[in-house]
Design a protein around this ligand. Structure first.
Ligand code: IPM
Ligand code: MG
Length: 376
């Protein structure tokens, strides 16, 4: 009997290729698992009008963890145009399946470690070791959006919010509103996850990222909750900074930062910045973590331009697999896998095109697999 049940969701574009690479190293590291393929992605949107079918959600609820490749996302109108003709005019609206998955399974933590592995020619600077905790279900990702704005809503806003008077004379179809919804519970939960991690991993500081000087209601709430949670962790230094300033300071003094925690959209943005500082798309990995299950993925997208060429860097997905091993409690295997990745990067003999080399996706996986066989 396999020890774990893992949902296997390659998705679109290069998803399949990077997942094949991850599978090779997971087998090599000796994880005892049954891998259960799940349907997700553009094909299911086009044919069924749902990129994340209910059967996949059911599968996700029945497994220990999931590994996910990548998904193609297109704006609403372009997505509708590609629907199977018999699904047109049914009011189907495309929403990113990964965002829906995070919300429907309450995967409230988005954990994004960004480590500069020694010798990676793409490192912005050596020694960077940042961890971003991104709130994963609320904020500007709430999906509560209006374009055009219904009359009831603009009428109400005019009555109760004086700043809305600046927009009140515009026709409703010339205004769009996206609601940024943040809760005390959601804010406290992500900040607590960041502090728990900092304590366990002996990190030097937690930085709260916000824009509370302007976005007073929602980021004010986030910051207040963060301060309250921080008081429960007197042993861990904390500071806070505006999201725009953090983008400058992270580049200027990366060593001054360690664990960063942010509401959803700011976390999305700063985690791309931090990933670029340690090698970019080929190295950014994420865990979408809930109370009972978690979905691990590379941070990059489906890169349709590179699909079927088997040349993209699989390290992001391999590092996502390492995160999955840690989360499952397979620490020794996770550590071994990371060591194998670090060794291959350091030796510099096998490099994919983004790293200035010519190795193919599976060459990289095999090189990491070989190190694993030596380390085991
Ligand atoms: C990410 C991505 C997604 C997001 C997209 C693909 C919807 O950018 O995981 O960071 O915005 O969360
Ligand atoms: Mg992103």
């Amino acid at each position: 009997m396999s020890r774990y049940r893992i949902a296997w969701l390659p998705g679109d574009g290069i998803g399949n290729e990077v997942m094949a690479a991850a599978r090779l190293v997971l087998d090599q590291v000796g994880l005892e698992a049954e891998y259960l393929p799940g349907d997700i992605g553009w094909e299911f949107w086009r044919c069924e009008g749902d990129a994340l079918p209910q059967r996949t959600l059911d599968l996700l609820q029945s497994v220990d963890a999931a590994l996910f490749g990548a998904i193609t996302s297109k704006p609403a109108k372009a997505a509708e145009a590609e629907l199977n003709p018999e699904l047109h005019g049914k009011g189907l609206v495309y929403r990113s399946p990964i965002v829906r998955m995070r919300q429907m399974l309450d995967l409230y933590v988005c954990l994004r470690p960004c480590k500069a592995y020694a010798g990676n020619p793409l490192n912005f600077r050596e020694g960077i070791n940042l961890v971003v905790f991104r709130e994963n279900t609320e904020d500007l990702y709430s999906g509560v959006e209006f374009n055009p704005v219904p009359q009831e809503l603009s009428g109400l806003l005019e009555k109760i919010s004086p700043p809305f008077s600046a927009f009140k004379d515009l026709p409703n179809d010339e205004v769009a509103i996206s609601c940024k919804i943040n809760t005390k519970k959601g804010s406290a939960a992500i900040v607590r996850a960041a502090f728990d991690f900092a304590r366990k991993d002996k990190r030097k500081k937690v930085t709260i990222v916000h824009k509370a000087n302007v976005v007073r209601a929602t980021d004010g709430l986030f910051l207040d909750e963060a301060a309250a949670v921080a008081r429960e962790y007197p042993d861990i230094p904390m500071d806070s900074a505006n999201v725009d300033a953090i983008c400058m300071w992270l580049l200027k003094n990366p060593d001054n930062y360690d664990v960063l925690v942010a509401p959803n959209l700011y976390g999305d943005i700063i985690s791309d910045l931090a990933a670029q500082m340690v090698g970019g798309l080929g190295f950014g990995c994420s865990g979408n973590i809930g109370r009972k299950m978690a979905v691990f993925e590379p941070t990059h997208g489906s890169a349709p331009k590179y699909a079927d060429q088997w040349k993209v860097n699989p390290i992001a997905t391999i590092l996502a697999s390492k995160m999955m091993l840690d989360w499952l409690g397979e620490k020794e295997k996770g550590q071994r896998l990371e060591e194998a990745v670090a060794t291959v990067i350091k030796e510099g003999r096998v490099r994919t095109y983004d790293m200035g080399g010519q190795a193919a996706t599976m060459d990289m996986a095999e090189a990491i697999g070989e190190k694993l066989s030596v380390l085991s």
